[in-house]
Ligand binder design. Structure first.
Ligand SMILES: Nc1ncnc2c1ncn2[C@@H]1O[C@H](COP(=O)(O)OP(=O)(O)OP(=O)(O)O)[C@@H](O)[C@H]1O
Ligand SMILES: [Mg+2]
Length: 653
């Protein structure tokens, strides 16, 4: 205490009063004296005293009354009673009522000082304790605040595993009232499948730095909990950290286990992201696999197609093998359809990107589809001045057909198929989840009145090989390839469906400023020519059948089995080669590099790129660099003959 202690002396005997004051003044105390109860009350209303020395016998008031008054108005003041022989009993009574001590007259000076000093020490202790208690209360309140406001659930269990405390986060995360859980066993909220693990963790009673940390469990949500009702999830994925509590330090052998305290963190979002990532990686891996198979398969089909075409070229429709060969061609087409789906899913790039009018494309595809599916009633609502999109027409057609076929399959007894196109502007919020820029998009809606699907199915429909159809009816590639193609066109495909209420697929493709060009379209005619063709491919089969086809069409043919060989032959026959048919994927020097080198030798070289499979738009890259055209394997004789003439007869390019 930096200030001298303030002492009040209440005594009606002036001699005692003055001598006491004198003595205590000398000790450095700040001493006040009064002679009556009333005076005492008056001065007490002005000053706070550390100590009051009270004579129990004063004229105007009972000593006990005064003491009561002091305790009421100034509870921090210590009281020491001064009393004569006669009132020993009342001194003891005063002690019982809370006086600190008493002095019996006559008392020694030493005794007085000691009592006063003790009383003041006691007061100091008392106030320190009060401060500490206050601080404790404050810090407790702070901790309570922290615990209750933590986004994690903080809990304690007793030695049997019953909750003794749960923080309020449990309400938000799981839907239980914290009070409702107190006294309940922890197993009430553990997912059935995780029960054994939870028990194991609890029984381990880990301690201190060997706390069980990073344990992942699933917790049961309260029935009908808001947060989960929407998405039909009844469990929360959590990470747990738990530590045993003991009555003594953990190293002591006879410690007694009191329970467990721990923290539970909601990791559902992280789990979801992990699952999404895994899913994406799986799609990527399956895509690579699918693309690889499609490539080889395509080359096989190409060979079969080539020889079939050659045989058909030499016979007419009356030939006994004519129909069989035509059937083979049809099987090849189905095979090519399959590789097309695989390639679409593998997102092997779009080849033939042109400004496309989706009204026209949707109309054309729907008409083609409707011709064979009379039980489906198709209605259309097209935006009149629909913006163009830059797309691979064949691929978008494939997407639409996949959607139409699915719709038809979802309407076993027939139904309505509503098609709609619309110009829309998508803002940042709408496109950001897809990593696309905001702006103008063309929206195509395909709505059926079929069976619809539940949420579990909806979540999985874009997965490759996910199908709900019986064996042999669906491969589960339709929507996977639609998804791959739309994504590759920087577009969005979404689904909305309810059981019994039909399904709506919505596609958004970025709008383009470019004008739509109409196809010249020369269907059905085989075109011949006398020029020299350099055929470059690493597959023997393609070289053999390709050369034969080209010769059958009248061309002179040179062949090369690799990029460098092609360059060599091109150089050796400078000025002789009218067109190069160049495979894009070859080991060593690929079609892209070969193309660049050919251009260096002859800037006007005409090149038709041929490929079945490309990585991430490689073909369109080469086309952008000026390559004259592109043909997709497996091509038939008609397609090849037309492409060649298209390029060779185009003198401006
Ligand atoms: N319009 C729809 N109505 C109801 N369910 C649909 C619809 N479209 C797709 N589905 C569901 O999505 C699943 C996956 O469709 P997807 O087109 O990828 O494969 P599939 O049709 O089963 O087989 P594939 O298209 O390879 O022949 C279907 O099996 C079906 O359960
Ligand atoms: Mg399908």
């Amino acid at each position: 205490m930096s200030f001298p202690a303030k002492i009040l002396i209440v005594d009606d005997e002036p001699r005692i009063r003055d001598s006491l004051k004198l003595l205590l003044d000398e000790q450095g105390y700040d001493v006040y004296t009064v002679s009556s109860g009333q005076e005492a009350k008056d001065i007490l209303s002005v000053y706070q005293f550390d100590l009051a020395l009270l004579d129990m016998v004063i004229p105007d008031m009972n000593g006990h009354q005064l003491m009561e008054h002091i305790y009421e108005t100034s509870p921090g003041t210590m009281v020491v009673i001064i009393t004569g022989h006669a009132s020993l009993d009342s001194a003891i009574g005063a002690l019982r009522r809370g006086a600190y001590d008493y002095l019996r007259k006559p008392f020694e000076f030493e005794e007085l000082l000691k009592t006063v000093q003790n009383a003041l020490d006691q007061k100091k202790l008392k106030s320190e304790k009060e401060i500490i208690n206050g601080k404790l209360e404050l810090s407790e309140e702070r901790y309570r605040y922290l615990v209750q406001n933590s986004p994690d659930i903080i809990y304690t269990l007793d030695e049997n595993g019953n909750f003794t405390f749960v923080s309020q986060a449990v309400k938000r995360l799981l839907g239980y009232d914290a009070d409702q859980l107190i006294g309940k066993h922890y197993s009430t909220i553990i997912h059935d499948e995780d029960m054994e693990r939870a028990q194991w963790i609890f029984n381990e009673r880990r301690t201190g730095d060997r706390a069980a940390a990073g344990v992942q469990l699933r917790l049961k949500a309260a029935e009908g909990h808001e947060a989960f009702r929407a998405c039909d999830v009844r469990h929360l994925a959590i990470e747990l950290k738990a530590t045993g509590m003991y009555d003594k330090p953990v190293l002591e052998p006879d410690k007694v286990y009191l329970g467990t305290h721990g923290v539970v963190r909601d990791i559902s979002d992280r789990k979801r992201l992990e699952a999404q990532l895994q899913q994406a990686q799986k799609m990527e891996a399956v895509g690579t696999l699918a693309g690889g198979i499609a490539h080889d398969f395509n080359n096989l089909l190409m060979g079969i197609q080539g020889y079939t075409s050659l045989m058909l070229l030499k016979i007419d429709s009356k030939h006994p093998h004519y129909d069989k060969l035509k059937s083979i061609e049809q099987y090849i087409e189905s095979g090519a359809e399959l590789t097309k789906q695989l390639l679409g899913f593998a997102r092997g790039g779009k080849y033939d990107v042109k400004p496309v009018d989706l009204n026209e494309l949707v109309e054309k595809t729907a008409t083609m589809f409707g011709r064979t599916k009379k039980e489906v009633i198709i209605s259309t609502k097209f935006e009149q001045d629909l913006w163009a999109v830059e797309a691979d027409q064949g691929q978008i057609e494939q997407v639409l057909l996949n959607l139409f076929v699915n719709a038809w399959q979802a309407m076993p007894g027939g139904g309505d198929l509503a098609l709609e196109t619309k110009n829309v502007t998508l803002n940042a919020a709408a496109v950001s989840p897809y990593g696309l820029p905001p702006g103008s998009y063309v929206k195509v809606t395909v709505r059926d009145s079929g069976l619809g699907m539940d949420e579990n199915t909806q979540r999985r429909i874009f997965e490759p090989f996910f199908t709900t159809k019986e064996m042999g009816r669906g491969t589960g590639l339709g929507l996977a390839s639609a998804y791959g193609i739309i994504k590759n066109h920087n577009g969005i495909i979404e689904v909305e469906s309810k059981i019994g209420e039909g399904t709506t697929f919505t596609i958004y493709l970025p709008a383009s400023q470019k004008m739509v060009q109409k196809d010249a379209g020369q269907e059905g005619i085989i075109l011949r020519g006398p020029e020299t063709v350099l055929l470059v491919d690493d597959e023997d089969m393609i070289i053999e059948v390709g050369a034969e086809i080209l010769e059958a069409l009248g061309y002179k043919v040179l062949t090369a089995r690799s990029g460098p060989e092609a360059i060599e032959i091109f150089k050796a026959n400078k000025g002789q080669v009218d067109i190069v048919v160049l495979d894009m994927i070859m080991p060593g020097m690929g079609g892209g590099d070969a193309y660049d080198q050919l251009r260096e030798i002859d800037p006007d070289v005409k090149v038709l790129l041929s490929t079945g499979y490309s990585l991430r738009g490689e073909a369109s890259e080469i086309l952008k660099r000026g390559c004259n055209g592109f043909i997709q394997k497996p091509f038939n004789i008609k397609m090849l003959s037309q492409k060649l003439r298209e390029i060779l007869d185009n003198h401006t390019g």
